[in-house]
Design a protein around this ligand. Structure first.
Ligand code: FMN
Length: 186
């Protein structure tokens, strides 16, 4: 079987993002090649779409998703919901030809200042993903609460509990991607 491809998306744009650290740690547990998508996209605007179709950055992201065997989303919690950056990206992605996420295994992780680790933002993100038809993994949940205390200076998770949850989630994502690739090849 060819090497699997993982596409990672992070809902936080800031350099020191804790979700990006978590995303990188999770990606390192995936058995395959890793790419990161750039969510610095123009705001969705129907007039822009009428004028140019999918803007270049969106078209590139859509292509990355088409080529990926699995997708990992690191989802911050802003006021108990995913950030607009992520919603905007999903709205653009939904405008591409066909359902680009259809049947692709998707894993979600989150890191938050609050103690619940993003339980609510993950619930909302799962609803947001339904129309895009990805196969979102339900467990194990990776919810890193009080996250500013949970990473060392290299960006690695300190606690064994979280390390194990991340590794288990990514093992399931790898396996789901393998199953899908085998099914598509049959
Ligand atoms: C607009 C905004 C809203 C936020 N709302 C929440 C929230 O509802 N729950 C929470 O735990 N943290 C909340 N936070 C704090 C974030 O969890 C924290 O800033 C986190 O580090 C952001 O993710 P990042 O480090 O990946 O950028 C909020 C932060 C911002 C900027």
């Amino acid at each position: 079987m060819n090497e699997l491809k993982l596409l990672c998306l992070c809902g936080s744009l800031r350099k020191a993002s804790l979700n990006r650290k978590l995303m990188k740690q999770a990606a390192a547990c995936f058995d395959g090649r890793v790419e990161v998508g750039d969510l610095r996209l123009p705001l969705y605007d129907g007039d822009l779409e009428d004028a140019v179709g999918l803007p270049e950055a969106v078209a590139h992201l859509v292509e990355q998703i088409r080529e990926a065997d699995a997708v990992l989303i690191a989802c911050p919690e802003y006021n108990k919901a995913p950030p607009g950056v992520l919603k905007n990206a999903l709205d653009w992605i939904s405008r591409a030809e066909g359902h680009v996420l259809q049947g692709k295994p998707v894993a979600i992780v989150s890191a938050t200042a609050g103690r619940a680790g993003g339980e609510r933002t993950q619930s909302v993100l799962r609803l947001m993903l339904q129309p895009l038809r990805g196969e979102v993994l339900t467990h194990p949940e990776v919810l890193v609460g009080s996250a500013s205390k949970e990473f060392d200076e290299t960006g690695a998770l300190l606690s064994e509990r979280y390390q194990k949850a991340v590794a288990a989630l990514m093992a399931r994502l790898t396996e789901a991607a393998r199953v899908r690739v085998r099914r598509d090849a049959a």
